[in-house]
Design a protein around this ligand. Structure first.
Ligand SMILES: [Zn+2]
Ligand SMILES: [Zn+2]
Length: 394
């Protein structure tokens, strides 16, 4: 038998990986991957991506490191307490592999990450702890046609699901009535977010995090190599009985997540500096059909314009996505009752709200916007935000 070392470049840290029959390190080095969530699962996935030499990693998490994270998070250190998880995880990745480019965001996947960012990813790995954020990730990936790998853990059991738009089943196709009920539980009557529910306090161990994250990363690797046999399927592992099985999810034809945007056109605009009015001006020449109907911006996130209490004659301008407003904020400081909400899901050309900037209308940087006139829809990407939105992973 030949001595392997004769053919191996020992200075190449990936030399053993290259020996895997189907392996193409260049594909991995050339990949751009988003990891949503840097908790127990996210830490393990991110660690794997750094070991593998994934060229560009965009990672996000909304939370700060807490003491209880230290038992399940390989990238965090004692001194990280109180620091953003995203930044600490990014530092951990750079320590493991200085060759990779990492962009970290302390951000909420549902409100802060523009679709333009999603569109530039080869794939997205979901390491989230709630269904609502998964559903959002799913719809975002579908809109821009990017595959994603979902992972979930509880105690010492877990599940991995692979989704590949536009065909096959998606995350929402796998949702049950009970899943929808759990999502709705998070909102109280006037739709403002309830803060009193335990969030992200799922009991888990680092062992199951590494098992499931390992499987997620492996599926991601296969997708990068063009192996998509597992799309629309899931793997379920129970650590108590060591039961492992795979399952195929049927596609629901009436599923609400299956929209994929057609042609997306770039406009040299940014979310922060562009009013809806100027967007409409820039968009107008792109419509192909004649119509006297007003141009409208259709919002992906319902916008809370203001809160008011008639009894106390109080009126508060809010201009934030409804999903970022807590129930507490919706209580009148005068009488303690819930205030009346004024909510919109579109901005019309001739309205007062058209004076708002896109950022004030709850649109994140480098987002892709749906603008309609009559029956025609056009899709525009806010190109001016690209460099800052992608940062290191540009
Ligand atoms: Zn679906
Ligand atoms: Zn009041």
């Amino acid at each position: 038998m030949a001595d392997d070392s004769m053919f191996l470049d020992e200075s190449d840290r990936y030399s053993r990986l290259r020996l895997i029959s189907w392996w193409e390190q260049e594909k991995i080095a050339g990949a751009r991957i988003m990891v949503a969530g840097a908790g127990a699962l996210g830490n393990e996935v991110l660690k794997n991506l750094a070991l593998l030499g994934v060229g560009r990693v965009f990672l996000l998490d909304f939370d700060d490191v807490e003491n209880s994270n230290l038992s399940r998070s390989v990238l965090f250190r004692v001194d990280d307490e109180g620091q953003p998880k995203a930044d600490c995880a990014a530092r951990g990745l750079r320590d493991i592999n200085g060759e990779i480019r990492v962009e970290a965001r302390k951000a909420n996947v549902m409100t802060d990450i523009g679709l333009g960012i999603f569109r530039e990813m080869n794939l997205v790995i979901g390491c989230l702890d709630n269904r609502e954020a998964r559903l959002w990730l799913n719809r975002s990936c579908w809109k821009v046609n990017v595959p994603w790998v979902d992972g979930g853990i509880q105690e010492i059991a877990g599940v991995v699901k692979v989704f590949m738009p536009p065909g096959g089943s998606c995350y929402e196709c796998t949702m049950t009535e009970a899943d929808y009920r759990l999502i709705n539980l998070r909102y109280s009557c006037p739709l403002l977010r309830r803060e009193d529910l335990l969030q992200g306090k799922v009991p888990t161990a680092p062992t199951i995090a590494s098992v499931i994250a390992g499987l997620q990363t492996q599926e991601a690797l296969k997708l990068l190599h063009g192996m998509d046999d597992f799309a629309g399927k899931g793997m379920v592992f129970s650590g108590m009985g060591n039961n492992f099985y795979t399952t195929a999810f049927p596609r629901k034809e009436d599923c609400l997540s299956h929209e994929t945007y057609p042609d997306v056109q770039g406009l040299p605009l940014s979310a922060k500096d562009t009013s809806a009015e100027s967007l409409f001006e820039a968009a107008a020449p792109h419509f192909k059909t004649e119509s006297s109907a007003p141009i409208k911006l259709v919002l992906d996130r319902d916008l809370l314009l203001h809160l008011s209490c008639q009894a106390c004659d109080l009126h508060r301008q809010i201009n934030r996505p409804l999903m970022t407003v807590s129930q507490k904020e919706g209580v009148c400081t005068g009488c303690g009752e819930d205030m009346i909400t004024s909510i919109t899901n579109e901005i019309r050309q001739d309205s007062e709200t058209a004076k708002l900037t896109l950022a004030e209308a709850g649109i994140p940087p480098y987002d892709i916007l749906r603008v309609t006139r009559g029956d025609e829809s056009c899709f525009f990407c806010l190109e001016e935000d690209r460099a800052t939105a992608l940062g290191e992973v540009l």
